[in-house]
Ligand binder design. Structure first.
Ligand code: TMP
Length: 244
């Protein structure tokens, strides 16, 4: 549950997802409340982690602020409390946009490749955001011809995703973390501008320690590799250090 002040001041619940609850905010905005729950494999695996909500909120706000300084706008308006931020209300595009710098995860599995091979240039993939279908990988052509997306929107998301990747690679390099891959979501303003939305946190990135190769992201939970919050805390501490 959000802090009392947030509950009483703000509006109705709009949607409850696997890691966040969305509430209507003041002035047609949205409040994103970060839960402690984690899911994997389309919610077949579930657990609660004390403090994950606060941690993912802190990391998302830090990364959105960093991207803003690098000319990339997001839906973030401001942080409200330690589990909630306020955002613009966008018309979400039903795609998960995945940028990959190295082979890992579902790509390694699909192609039977070892994890870690460098992808040069980085690749962008579109997954249809549809839990009932299991968020399938879909070609850009099918996004247009079957799933009603505009070609120009896909091109813009691809362009923004690669720009975000370039900016994040610089920051994570300073933090001595290898940014292996990550997932983004985008939405449209009423004026038709595409903005970065949702969150960017270790729930939706793969981050490996540059020195040791230790996985510090949600793969710790997916594959039982060690305490989740210990990994996320290291990511946060390194980011704070990198930004000094
Ligand atoms: P994948 O290797 O499982 O396709 O995941 C690629 C990246 O996208 C990885 O950093 C984790 C992230 N991701 C999400 O944030 N949500 C999801 O539902 C999935 C499948 C992946």
């Amino acid at each position: 549950m959000p802090a009392k002040s947030v509950q009483s001041t703000y509006g109705d619940k709009i949607y409850e997802g696997k890691a966040k609850i969305l509430y209507r905010g003041p002035k047609d905005t949205i409040l994103h409340y970060f839960k402690d729950s984690a899911t994997a494999f389309n919610a077949q695996k579930k657990a609660e982690f004390d403090g994950k909500g606060q941690m993912n909120l802190k990391i998302s706000v830090l990364l959105f602020d960093y991207l803003k300084m690098h000319g990339i706008e997001s839906h973030l308006i401001k942080q409200i409390d330690d589990r909630t931020f306020e955002s613009l209300s966008l018309k979400m595009i039903p795609a998960e946009v995945v940028v990959r710098n190295r082979v890992a995860g579902s790509l390694a599995k699909r192609l039977g490749e070892d994890e870690g091979a460098i992808l040069n240039p980085p690749t962008v993939e579109f997954y249809l955001k549809d839990d009932a279908k299991g968020d399938p990988l879909v070609s850009e052509d099918l996004m247009v011809s079957l799933f009603h997306q505009k070609r120009e929107d896909l091109l813009r998301m691809r362009e923004l995703a690669l720009k975000i990747n370039s900016a994040l690679l610089v920051l994570f390099q300073k933090a001595k973390l290898n940014l292996i891959d990550f997932k983004l979501e985008f939405g449209k303003t009423p004026g038709g501008k595409i903005l970065l939305a949702d969150e960017i946190s270790p729930d939706c990135c793969r981050l490996w320690d540059m020195a040791t190769g230790e996985k510090l992201d949600k793969d710790r939970f997916r594959h039982d590799l060690g305490d989740l919050m210990t990994g996320y805390q290291i990511v946060y501490d390194r980011l704070i250090e990198a930004l000094k």
